[in-house]
Write a protein that binds this ligand. Structure first.
Ligand code: PLP
Length: 392
């Protein structure tokens, strides 16, 4: 007997919207000669020494589960890294969990802190997973829109406006996907004051913390009073060019970590063992490769942002990550129209800004995690596309 359509699905699964990014890439997938500024992952292959460490771990027969929270030596190394790089102390035994990407870290964070109806403030435009992750955990996402006039940085007054008795946490992503905006120390301190005043938590997604180009990076839990209120999400995908390894981590005060670990142990057991050995090598010996990648991203960022401004797509200078988020308002097209027509006419794939939330409308996300040559060619095609629009 055939199942009646949708009848066996949960309400939440039925109502979950598919990711706007995927939908758009399906369109690009069938085309030839497309230059993609769409993907949110490094174009670099993981460093050889890191790959070799994983191979060695297999040769040595390390094919069983690790501890639920991850290999003790990897947690030690993560703890050391957080101390060295960001000046924050986390106990490797009770405050660090190795996860299946930052993605799973966000999931267990939400599930550990939310009761049905609890509100989480989501700062838009934002990574496409945040809203669904809150909903899947039974929470209520409250979206706040940042403005291009403020370089897409959240203002304290905007947070004050949406905080209610039900607010449990703020989801913060700095440097941000899709805008590349980054909050500096002073801006984080202002945010911290509000968090303390209203007795909130922050889920700080710092997955792009390694990819910072101008200012020194300040990690939220290093701000006085914030360590106890922050669930710090990070991982290896972006900074260490390890997206396919599916390895991330989460650091949080013991009470929250213990709750997350229970969920993690029932849902996942542990992160993949060989990827954990790879991550160990990345932390121990990967610094110079990260520095080289950052240099390369900085060159590309400077080129793409300057070029966009020259061809009439105004674009702020992103402080981190590998995304430029230019305005396409001058073309009179919506983000979706711009991205679709650009793809069909010039074979350049970008992501319409509105897939990251309503405030992204009028913008496109262009990843510069692709070679400078490809970026140069893409910009040439975009210039041609805009000239064509203007001559109509
Ligand atoms: N957080 C942000 C802001 C992202 O942009 C991404 C991936 O694009 C993730 C988390 C997921 O990272 P991971 O590959 O570690 O799951």
């Amino acid at each position: 007997m055939e199942l009646a359509k949708n009848s066996h699905l949960s309400k939440i699964a039925r109502e979950l919207k598919p990711s706007g990014i995927r939908k758009f890439f399906d369109l690009a997938a069938g085309m030839e000669g497309v230059i993609s500024l769409g993907v949110g992952e490094p174009d670099f292959v993981t460093s050889w020494s890191v790959r070799e460490a994983a191979i060695l771990s297999l040769e040595q027969g390390n094919t069983s589960y690790t501890a639920n929270a991850g290999l003790p030596e990897l947690r030690n190394e993560i703890s050391h890294y957080m101390q060295q790089q960001f000046g924050i102390e986390y106990s490797p035994n009770s405050e660090v969990i190795v996860t299946v990407g930052a993605s799973q870290a966000i999931d267990i964070a939400m599930r550990a802190i939310l009761d049905p109806g609890d509100e989480v403030i989501i700062i838009e435009p934002c990574f496409v997973s945040y809203v669904p992750m809150v909903q899947l955990a039974g929470g209520v996402p409250i979206q706040v829109q940042t403005l291009k006039e403020n370089d897409f940085k959240i203002l304290p007054s905007q947070l004050e406006e949406v905080i209610t008795k039900k607010t449990k946490a703020i989801m913060l992503c700095s440097p941000n996907n899709p805008t590349g905006s980054m909050l500096n120390k002073k801006e984080l301190e202002e945010l911290a004051a509000i968090v303390e005043k209203h007795d909130l938590l922050v889920i700080a997604d710092e997955i792009y913390a390694e990819l910072v180009y101008d200012e020194e990076y300040t990690s939220l839990p290093s701000i006085p009073g914030m360590r106890e209120r922050t669930i710090l999400i990070s991982g290896f995908s972006k900074g260490f060019a390890m997206t396919g390894w599916r390895l991330g981590f989460v650091c949080a005060p013991m009470e929250i970590s213990s709750a997350m670990l229970k969920i993690h142990q029932y849902a996942i057991m542990c992160a993949p063992t060989m990827a954990q050995y790879a991550a160990l090598e990345a932390l121990r010996n990967g610094r110079s490769d990260v520095d080289d990648m950052v240099k390369s991203y900085r060159r590309r960022r400077n080129f793409i942002v300057q070029s966009f401004n020259e061809i009439g797509l105004t674009c702020h200078m992103p402080g981190g990550a590998f995304y430029a988020f230019p305005s396409i308002e001058s073309t009179g097209l919506s983000s979706q129209e711009f991205a679709e027509q650009l793809l069909l006419q010039e074979s350049v794939a970008v992501v319409p800004g509105d897939v990251f939330g309503e405030s992204g409308n009028g913008h496109i996300r262009c990843s510069y995690a692709t070679s400078l040559e490809q970026i140069q060619e893409a910009v040439k095609r975009m210039k041609h596309f805009i000239e064509n629009l203007q001559s109509k």
